[in-house]
Design a protein around this ligand. Structure first.
Ligand SMILES: NC(=O)N[C@@H](CC(=O)O)C(=O)O
Ligand SMILES: [Zn+2]
Ligand SMILES: [Zn+2]
Length: 440
């Protein structure tokens, strides 16, 4: 295998050094370090982060390859600085058997652009009636540890309890899409002032909060691990704060879009802003930023949800919910959360702040731990698998639909200028991205 030396990189924003990669691992980190025959990569002033890990990606294969494939989605991931993505189970057929999760796993391995870790469905066909073959998926070549009916809530408390009990045996985790379906029938957007003004049926915060409250209590009762997908309200943050203080084994994610965008954007009636859970209020955004900074919300996960033009560019009530996320997640997090002093004043002012180490923790190390991905989420150091990304903190990029590697085009950030550019990504010592371009 080939060797690389990344010159002048700043690991987690620290002083410049040189990073030598040989045979898939970081061989040496020191100024002036080199290796015979190594390819030199000019990383002068770039910030080196452990490769990003996404706990929540929709890759659409099998079934909706017109919207995304494992390959196109993993290319978008690599360009976004990700080295591992967890692929949601709401495909067609649903990833509810060992056969389907192994298929997705192999497609990811063959594409070679990111580690693709399949998530298994909790219930057969996401129908919420019978548990899927959780044990067979765990024992399969895909070694599934995260189970989720995402897109749907496991709303039956008895089934949720049994799922939590089942996965405890192999230290699995249930990732809940928290939405009490009887409170969101026909819902189109956040229930509040804007939904009233626009005449769209509301999705009340309590529909999310009621399920989170129920499930943290179930997780406590069972002693199992629970993960909450795409937390979107200030009230959810308070419940999580309480549950964590009580020692309940719960983790939670927030999406980049819930850190930046609000329900006011629905005023345009542009369905690119339709998503589940819906964009909320300024107060929710502020609470989510603070919770991500103080750790009550553990990680950022993209909920990358590609949809075709036919499914998205129609009247608001008929459009599918969901937005792209992989290629813009890091810039949105840098914009909303990184101390502006680390970005030459490019971020938004506000009290909730992270440094580069905090970004690495929430976008790489903690998601890798939650997913049980041992080779990911580790800072570049001798002996560590070379899964890492190089970011230019001085760059400002205007989001342009033409640069989207995804098969779909539904980005809510088109035309926005955001800080940070992923210059290179290495997966197991091989470049998947160089000079901002995918290598395969
Ligand atoms: N987030 C969305 O609005 N849509 C997701 C499903 C989901 O994450 O609930 C999808 O699969 O399109
Ligand atoms: Zn969901
Ligand atoms: Zn999702």
């Amino acid at each position: 295998m080939s060797s690389f030396v990344l010159t002048g990189a700043r690991i987690l924003g620290a002083a410049k050094t040189d990073i030598v990669i040989t045979d898939g691992v970081v061989a040496e980190v020191a100024p002036g370090a080199s290796a015979p025959g190594a390819t030199r990569i000019d990383a002068d002033g770039l910030v080196a982060l452990p490769g990003l890990v996404d706990l929540h990606t929709h890759l659409r294969e099998p079934g909706r390859e017109d919207a995304e494939t494992v390959e196109s989605g993993s290319r978008a991931a690599a360009l976004g600085g990700y080295t591992a993505v967890c692929a949601m189970a709401n495909t067609d057929p649903v990833a509810d058997t060992a056969g389907v999760v192994e298929q997705v796993y192999r497609l990811g391995r063959d594409a070679g652009l990111a580690h693709v870790q399949p998530i298994g469905a909790v219930t057969v066909g996401l129908a919420g009636e019978r548990l899927a073959e959780l044990g067979a998926m765990a024992d399969s070549a895909a070694a599934v540890r995260i189970f989720s009916d995402d897109g749907h809530c496991v709303s039956d408390p008895r089934l949720m309890r049994r799922a939590l009990e089942y996965v405890k045996a192999f230290d699995g985790v249930i990732a809940q899409h928290a939405e009490e379906p009887r409170l969101t029938a026909g819902a189109q957007m956040h229930e509040g002032e804007w939904s009233a003004r626009l005449g769209l049926t509301g999705w009340p915060a309590v529909a999310e909060e009621a399920i989170i409250a129920r499930d943290v209590l179930l997780a406590e009762h069972v002693g199992a691990r629970l993960h909450i997908c795409h937390v979107s309200t200030a009230g959810s943050v308070e419940i999580l704060r309480w549950a964590k203080a009580r020692g309940i084994r719960v983790t939670a994610e927030v999406t980049p879009h819930h850190l930046l965008l609000t329900d006011a954007l629905a005023e345009s009636y542009d369905p690119v802003f339709k998503v589940n859970p819906p964009l909320r209020t300024d107060a929710d955004v502020a609470a989510l930023r603070a919770a991500l900074a103080d750790g009550v919300v553990d990680v950022v996960a993209t909920d990358h949800a590609p949809h075709t033009v036919e499914d998205k560019e129609c009247e608001w009530p008929y459009a599918r919910p969901g937005m792209l996320g992989l290629q813009t997640a890091l810039p949105v997090v840098l914009h909303t959360m990184l101390d502006p002093a680390l970005l030459d004043g490019g971020g938004e002012p506000g009290p909730a702040r992270l440094d580069w180490d905090g970004v690495a923790e929430r976008m790489s190390r903690r998601p890798a731990r939650i997913a049980g991905l041992a080779g990911h989420g580790r800072d570049p150091a001798p002996g560590v698998p070379a899964n890492l990304t190089l970011v230019d903190p001085a760059a400002r990029v205007t989001v342009d639909g033409g640069e989207i590697a995804s098969r779909s085009r539904n980005t809510p950030y088109a035309g926005r200028t955001l800080p940070g550019r992923v210059v290179a990504t290495f997966l197991a010592g091989a470049p998947t991205v160089l000079d901002g371009k995918a290598q395969r």
